[in-house]
Design a protein around this ligand. Sequence first.
Ligand code: APR
Ligand code: PHB
Length: 389
Amino acid sequence: MRTQVAIVGAGPSGLLLGALLHRHGIDNVVIEQRSPDYVLGRIRAGVLEQVTVDLLHEAGVGERLAAEGLLDDAFVLAFGGQVHSIELFKRTGKRVTVYGQTEVTRDLMNHRAAAGMQTVYEADDVAVHGFDGGSPHVTWRKDGIEQRLDCDWIAGCDGYHGVCRASVPAGAIQTFEKVYPFGWLGILADVPPISHEIVYANHDRGFALASLRSRTRSRYYVQCSLDDKVEDWSDAAFWAEFAARLPPELAGRIVEGPSIEKSIAPLRSFVAEPMRFGRLFLAGDASHIVPPTGAKGLNLAAGDVGLLSRALAEHYGEKSDAALDDYSRRALARVWKAERFSWWFTTMMHRFPENGSFGARMQIAELDYLMSSEAMQTVVAENYVGLPL
Ligand code: APR
Ligand code: PHB
């Protein structure tokens, strides 16, 4: 089998890259180790920057998003028992769209199938070869039979635990990491959200976040200990803790209901440099992770594949490799700025056991300052709506 671009991983990065390449007439095959249902079962953030929305439209998958996505002009910061608004549209002229990553993935999957693009699911022992020389190829086993796909380029869109980054010789890659001393306990419930604007709450008991998937489905989180087990958190315990961390005017709007999903996720900042190794490119979670505060993960992934698809289109169309040669530098410049924003937002909003009461007062001083400074609100809004590609 032969294709122009072999894409490893059918998460949002791999599927969006495939769709964008297809628009440019570039042939690609996606190889994924899991089943479609497994991929759709992962629940992640649900806030899309305008750059991401534009790329989804460019890929031809913007229709349902345009009809069902909820546009937000602002987000909410809650602290000291008060509710404050960070105006996005007023300060930047941009909005964010609330639309779940699961739905983005579903739209991309349906589009891929309808366009007849080839996707291999449930591929075992996926391996990447020859990317440092002239014969890049991907191998895997499907139903016990060995398969080989020859290609011009390999796109490593296989997430943090994928095989692509792991296949790069240790001396060729540098990694940067910060692990946070807490996790997020999240629930999904079919109850009306307390607000259609996303609420980030700083509280002595820990951080809380109120988000949504639709007008009838809420996605809520509380900061928890890394030792906590999901089984030890009953729905009743979650609702009580969530309400305790919100100012009364928001807590009073909570409608409780049974959780339809409940999970704990650790928080991590991670970057691997560079994002290109010969004929292998990394994109999305395969090369960087952000903590979820600010919802940058999916948006960064979209930005990466936006840049990569344009660079590949230049290679095949205009026969110039300038953009391919610049991909890693350009993508990383954007990645590090989103890393900084996610780290800063996480640091300002969570209880850090080791920072004690002094750390908590510093956070409140910073939040107070933020709400008194037009300049700083503009800085925060600009980062939240996303930096240009
Ligand atoms: N071979 C083939 N596929 C693999 C392999 C492998 N060895 N290892 C992992 N995969 C697949 C995973 O099963 C997954 O479907 O690669 C896909 C990677 O998808 P994601 O982890 O969703 O990463 P990405 O597409 O970059 O999406 C980034 O997802 O994790 C969130 O916060 C992140 O929102 C961001 C977005
Ligand atoms: C979510 O909807 O799951 C979500 C929203 C905003 C965040 C993180 C997660 O910052």
